[in-house]
Design a protein around this ligand. Sequence first.
Ligand code: ZN
Ligand code: ZN
Length: 145
Amino acid sequence: MAGNQLKEALETLKESGIRITPQRHAILEYLINSMSHPTADEIYKALEGKFPNMSVATVYNNLRVFREAGLVKELTYGDSSSRFDFATSDHYHAICEKCGKIVDFHYPSLNEVEQFAAHVTNFKVSHHRLEIYGLCEDCAKKEGH
Ligand SMILES: [Zn+2]
Ligand SMILES: [Zn+2]
């Protein structure tokens, strides 16, 4: 599954005329395999051993390229640094208020809310956001809940 996603992502880059460098390949692979919605800094730390000449700025610039190609979503949830998510299917996020962990979940029945909102407000709806906040399983355990 992850192998296919990587193949498709590389295909998308090719079609957009974006050069696939070894760094871009590695960053994409890391994003696809990571369920943790990493920051640019975390990606940098994970890959700096492989690419000693790479800087955080390089990682960030590559993430921007991916974002513009529609492969990656930049998540801004108010904390200082953006997190990045490989854009597969639409999904929502549950965010831990203690450790900042982000967990994916799907809730397709909420797609109807856009039609409903459009109908009630006469808006041309482009998208919606929903985030769930609370304590993740690990943090809840630590707090003894
Ligand atoms: Zn947590
Ligand atoms: Zn996600």
